[in-house]
Design a protein around this ligand. Sequence first.
Ligand SMILES: *Cc1c(COP(=O)(O)O)cnc(C)c1O
Length: 400
Amino acid sequence: MSDDSPRTVYLDYAATTPCDPRVVEVMLPFFTERFGNPNSLYALGRDGYRALEAARESFAASINAASPTEVIFTGAGTESDNAALVGISQAGKARNKGSHVVVSAFEHHAVLEPSHFLERNGFEVTQVRPRQDGIIHPEDVEAVVRDDTVLVSVMHANNEIGTVQPIKRLAEIAHAKDAYFHTDAIQALGKLAWDAVDLGVDAASFSAHKIYGPKGVGALYLKRGTPFQPLLMGGGQESKKRSATQNVGGVTAFAKALELCDEERDTETPRLEALRHRVIDGVLALPNSDLNGARDVPRLPGYANLVIKGIEGESMLLQLDNKGIAVSTGSACSSGSLEPSHVLLSIGLAPEIAHGSLRVTLGRYTSEGDVEYLLAELPPIVERLRAMSPVYQKMFGSGS
Ligand SMILES: *Cc1c(COP(=O)(O)O)cnc(C)c1O
């Protein structure tokens, strides 16, 4: 490694992942020779249709859907979340299910924003806060679900702190009140063995680019019989639930990406957990630093979120970027604004503490060397920033 080409260390797998070359390979023919519209009747169209349905069957088998028809391919994880929140709530309300919706306070904006849309359109929305450990506790959901609740939506794994929620129990609580249960499983898919029947959910959202597939490809699991009103209207594709010509190559790639995660999970999980512990221990060796979310709760293997008190996360991010290291502070979607992360606020962090957060998310191509490089470059950066920070001096004196 020469000095004029600093190494690039990507540690932001929660924001997106590179496509696995094996995924790119299965996708390529669909851009050129296998370009047929899967809804056309001639041979080229039938070829597309077969590929589309093969992807659906493979995806459905992986998530243990009762039938491939329960898998609807969409144009993004965001679209799946929007469609679930709005589509199930509105159709459920039309079936006299009531107009109360429950979401967790640390959902992705792709769930929170449609929940606000519902609020402006005749629904009442209750937010359930996670506790400091980063978990939505079942009894806190039980306390707010009502007879007129139509939908409960709680994400499977949080995209900022990586904590894994007790989805099976939460779905039971929703069902006890005859409400439907949706989970944004975008971060959980591929990293956890994901089983629709075992979890007992009515709907779940997925996104390809978080699991080494292409961007702009999503899926929505919709259990048979779940009321649903489509967001996209048009030619009636995807069993009339999502009109638009399907992205045959994209969904073929998505299915392949999921298959690879399934194959490699048993070896990948312990490898990433070990690296994650190394990151956490390394960062906690800095004075006045803290892990976000409890250490002993279920957490995605490669995810660590820490606060380094008395510094501005954005400054740390830019200085690490100078060293070729890509990490995140708060959510990627809200960086660019200096609003503290709603996720960190929801678990009880003060805004000035939340500003000093560091999210490190590891994945398939992360090596031990990458982690050691981060842990070597971070401490001098933190020291420099703290030396310049009046906030830190005030909080902790001029010690470290
Ligand atoms: C990335 C992500 C989304 C959005 O998915 P896109 O495919 O980028 O639209 C939604 N929810 C969670 C938890 C995510 O991590």
